[in-house]
Design a protein around this ligand. Structure first.
Ligand SMILES: [Zn+2]
Length: 214
């Protein structure tokens, strides 16, 4: 089946729109507007729905855009960066000059997958359990503490991912990406890393000052 590709601008706007699901989900979890149960349910539904929408976008994006700088490439431009992911993706296109930083980033995700997974999964699970308990009128652990722990741990983890390229070198084998890979094709990795750094700083501050007041 072939379809006419959308214009570059429309395609980029669609990527931006799909990206905005992520801050919306984070807002629902971190601010958890009352009723908490509804915020939790909406956040989880958006997370699941986002995956279904973002994966088809990724399949087109990896053929059309540079995975690093997000530029729409002409047919003759660029190179293909080999990466492995669960759903057998064909590799990511990128500008010739952006193959090296993109390869390094995906190698970081592969090499440091265990600490990065723990750094995301443990605080996320902690916050979701605390939100579910609060929605049921119980308190397993205080919601402000669970939220601040989530922000602090996620802030540190995304900084670790963003700084990893300074310490890890790309190897000969294609890196395996075990994280939800579609998220890297919405705005490109370079922009995403800047968002990680800036929001990460804010969250380290917000979470850190909760546990260690100035
Ligand atoms: Zn590029």
């Amino acid at each position: 089946m072939t379809s006419t590709p959308s214009s570059p601008l429309r395609f980029q706007l669609l990527g931006l729109l799909l990206f905005l699901f992520i801050p919306l989900v984070l807002f629902l979890f971190v601010r958890h507007p009352e009723p908490v149960g509804l915020s939790l349910a909406a956040g989880v539904a958006l997370m699941v729905g986002h995956r279904r929408l973002a994966r088809p976008y990724m399949r087109e994006a990896m053929l059309r855009k540079c995975v690093w700088c997000n530029r729409v490439l002409s047919e003759r431009e660029g190179v293909v960066l080999a990466i492995r992911a669960r759903n057998d993706i064909p590799g990511a296109r990128c500008c010739a000059g952006h193959e090296a930083p993109a390869a390094r980033f995906f190698t970081v995700l592969d090499t440091w997958r265990l600490p990065l997974r723990i750094g995301i999964f443990v605080p996320l699970l902690t916050l979701l359990v605390a939100l579910a308990a609060a929605a049921l009128g119980r308190e397993i652990l205080p919601l402000p503490a669970a939220t601040s722990f989530f922000q602090l741990a996620i802030g540190l983890t995304v900084h670790l991912a963003a700084a990893g390229s300074l310490f890890v070198r790309a190897g000969a084998e294609p890196p395996t990406v075990t994280f939800p890979v579609h998220n890297f094709f919405l705005l490109g990795v370079r922009t995403l890393l800047w968002i990680f750094r800036l929001v990460g700083l804010w969250w380290i501050w917000a979470g850190g000052t909760f546990f260690f007041p100035l």
